[in-house]
Design a binder for this molecule. Structure first.
Ligand SMILES: Cc1ncc(COP(=O)(O)O)c(C=O)c1O
Length: 361
């Protein structure tokens, strides 16, 4: 038996990736184990995933499991853009700030970053970079990328996605959605995926899973087969083709598995994470309102599983020594607190106590 090296009671609010694997996902991996299955995606789990994805996103949708979210984004962008193409995204977009330049280097894609207030693009904001078609001196804006839920913990409504997609399509641009936290958005909106993806005009989607309790897998969902080309080949040449794909697919399938009440594991887990973020935010809001907590503000609405707070760096560092989290923008005193499928009410209560105590010092 391998020795356990970590303290299972250690909890933090740094990232939904800090959480472990949901027991139902572990069970799904175990159920997919034993015996032989054809490698590289010709297995029964990947076949079933294809059926589930078509039921969720439309009969034309094709699914391509990959290892991680950066891979899903990079391969998606490469599939929808020619070498002269550019993608318009937000200045906070993961593709722009957190992928080590992979979209530029691995996909050869130019990104036009647009500063946005709450992590969301609108037609008006996209228009600031949507120009210069036909001018060979400017990388051609041929795609728009939005993130759902956003890097700032906000959620696009179906109408907001549709407005972005309509504008993009009217101007000859494809729509990519980075759905690393798509489950959190679906849980927050309380509507099926297709209402804010396929039916709202999204052409290609990076479907998350790792942040919602699986060991490690994401998927590219090509919703409009006309929008992207060569995904089958691009995934392999981008080193995102898993030989033992049955396990990636089994994990993703587990998220779609419904309980007796008809709710999928993915929605239950994401709903829980969202509820914990709302609880954290409301407990702190109460303290600010009644004057028992001073020196704390919030920079974003809490709509999914993130709380963006403002507190001085010295206090933030003292709190962080006890409960880990990341700065978002140290100059602006902004920090990010994330909740996960396994965050408990006791974790939230403890964190609130620590914040309260350090602010009072
Ligand atoms: C918005 C967003 N997109 C994509 C990713 C996927 O990143 P990774 O390549 O680490 O799986 C993340 C992870 O932090 C993310 O927050």
């Amino acid at each position: 038996m391998t020795e356990r090296l970590h303290d299972p009671d250690y909890r933090g609010f740094a990232s939904d990736n800090y959480a472990g694997i949901h027991p139902e996902v572990l069970a799904a991996i175990a159920a997919a184990n034993e015996g032989h299955q054809v490698a590289y995606g010709e297995d029964v789990y990947t076949e079933r995933l294809g059926e589930v994805i078509r039921a969720e996103f439309g009969p034309e949708a094709e699914v391509f499991p990959v290892f991680n979210g950066t891979g899903a984004n990079v391969v998606s962008l490469k599939a929808i853009l020619p070498p002269w193409g550019a993608v318009i995204g937000t200045a906070n977009a993961h593709i722009h700030t957190d992928e080590g330049g992979a979209p530029e280097r691995m996909a050869g894609v130019k990104i036009y970053p647009v500063p946005v207030p709450h992590g969301k693009l609108t037609p008006e904001l996209i228009a600031t970079e949507a120009w210069g078609w036909g001018d060979e001196h400017r990388a051609q804006p041929l795609a728009v990328s939005i993130t759902q839920s956003t890097e700032l913990g906000t959620v696009y409504t179906p109408d907001e996605v549709r407005a972005v997609a309509d504008y993009a399509h009217e101007n000859g641009m494809a729509v990519h959605m980075d759905g690393a936290r798509l489950w959190n958005a679906a849980a927050a909106l309380g509507v099926p995926f297709r209402e804010f993806t396929s039916d709202a005009g999204v052409d290609i989607l990076s479907l998350g899973g790792t942040k919602n309790g699986i060991l490690g897998a994401e998927a590219i969902v090509l919703i409009d087969p006309e929008a992207g080309q060569g995904l089958k080949y691009l995934r392999k040449l981008s080193m995102q083709l898993s030989s033992k794909m049955r396990f990636a697919s089994a994990q993703l399938l587990a998220l779609f598995e419904a309980d007796v009440a008809g709710e999928s594991l993915g929605i239950r887990s994401a709903q829980h994470a969202n509820t914990m973020a709302t609880l954290l935010r409301s407990q702190l809001d109460e303290g600010v309102a009644d004057g028992s907590i001073r020196g704390l503000g919030f920079s974003q609405p809490t709509q999914a599983n993130a709380v963006f707070a403002e507190l001085g760096p010295a206090v933030a560092d003292r709190v962080r020594e006890q409960v880990r989290f990341y700065d978002w923008n140290r100059e602006l005193n902004q920090v990010r607190w994330m909740t996960a499928w396994d965050t408990t009410e006791a974790d939230v209560a403890h964190f609130v106590d620590v914040i309260r105590a350090e602010l009072a010092r």
